[in-house]
Design a protein around this ligand. Structure first.
Ligand SMILES: C[S@@+](CC[C@H](N)C(=O)[O-])C[C@H]1O[C@@H](n2cnc3c(N)ncnc32)[C@H](O)[C@@H]1O
Length: 254
């Protein structure tokens, strides 16, 4: 299996296959920005991927500067190509050794990344170093106890796999509290990611999710066929928008 960090195919597919309508991205940026301790916050995104949230926070929340950090060079190439804006910078680095100065950010975002981190306590200590006092961490994920994405309907094998990969909320808290973080808020939020099931099917054909690497070719194709059949029955004039729900855990640094 190609290492996630080196996977050029996944980086290209991720950019086109993980977008969302502008209204959804705006709504996410507004919600994430609402937790910032000050206007025009300095933001660091850990595991920024192709930079969708970095650009959204700069554009709609006046965040400045915004630094997106990711160990994957192919992901950051996509970020620089598709989500470059003045004041947005992308740096190669990992959550456990952030290549940025101490006390330089107001808000840190970890979107769909906690399950990738090999050492969450180190990440928490690094975030405590780079945030200013009163700084905020927003964790956007799906906790193990609430895995509920549409992909599990078509690829049910992925549920057991993700139960192994994704941490529970209490585990994440146990990793972050020793570094000085306390819970400010916990909740969840859902937005449409595609306008309909046909569009969702088209998107999945390119295997835009790293979790598909855990399936055999036959398993992937079988799920895609079922999704295609359901998509065919979607009325052309009244598509069924696909929503994705994420848990949010908002932590404050004392
Ligand atoms: C599913 S993508 C999320 C991208 C973006 N945050 C989003 O929500 O669209 C996960 C990202 O985490 C990155 N990643 C993996 N291990 C990491 C680590 N140790 N530190 C920081 N980022 C990491 C991957 O390279 C990948 O770009």
């Amino acid at each position: 299996m190609t290492r996630l960090h080196d996977d050029v195919r996944l980086a290209g597919a991720y950019q086109s296959g993980n977008g969302m309508p502008e209204s959804s991205l705006r709504a996410w940026a507004k919600l994430i920005g609402s937790f910032a301790p000050c206007p025009a916050p300095a933001v660091v995104e850990i595991g920024a991927g192709t930079g969708m949230f970095c650009a959204a926070l700069a554009r709609w929340q006046r965040a400045s500067p915004v630094v997106g950090i990711d160990p994957s060079v192919p992901m950051l190439e996509q970020a620089r190509r598709h989500n470059a804006l003045p004041g947005v910078h992308y740096l190669v680095g990992s959550a456990e050794a952030l290549p940025v100065r101490t006390r330089s950010f107001d808000l840190a975002l970890l979107s769909r990344v906690v399950h990738h981190l090999p050492d969450r306590p180190s990440c928490a200590r690094e975030l405590a170093r780079v945030l200013r006092p009163g700084g905020v961490v927003v964790i956007r994920t799906t906790f193990r106890e609430r895995l509920d994405a549409l992909v599990y309907d078509y690829w049910p094998q992925l549920r057991a796999i993700d139960e192994q990969r994704f941490p529970g909320k209490e585990e994440v808290l146990a990793d972050f509290t020793p570094a000085g973080f306390t819970v400010r808020e916990a909740g969840s939020f859902a937005q449409p990611v595609t306008t309909g099931l046909r569009a969702f099917h088209q998107r999945m054909r390119n295997r835009p999710l790293s979790k598909f690497a855990y399936l055999t070719e036959a398993e992937f194709e079988a799920g895609l066929r079922c999704l295609g059949t359901d998509a065919e029955s979607e009325p052309l004039t009244a598509p069924w928008p696909v929503h994705e729900r994420y848990d949010l855990l908002v932590l404050t640094l004392a």
